[in-house]
Write a protein that binds this ligand. Sequence first.
Ligand SMILES: [Zn+2]
Length: 117
Amino acid sequence: MTTDDAESPIERITRREQEITRALAERDLASDADERSDGHHHPAEAATDADLRERHLRDTLRFRDQLERLRRARAAIAAGTYGICIDCGAPIPEGRLVALPDAERCVSCQSLAARRR
Ligand SMILES: [Zn+2]
């Protein structure tokens, strides 16, 4: 595996956090604009607005969840447990951590966990 110009885990996590924080800030601006326009809509548009608001909320929760996972990954780095599967204790492959810096499980434990849900 080549490690040329590889980011350290903390750099990857920081970059993700910045991306998500920026996306959240942009959403908050968009939602402020939505709220200011409230009360001027034709009733027929209300359902669409509710749908949009619901989608917006779901996205916001998803971003918050990602930030929480990144925060846990950061704590794991500090604790020296980063990159170790929380279920089986096996090392998580580097390639997986590059793609998913907040991965807490190896691929097989993650698919088991997803099935449990
Ligand atoms: Zn595992």
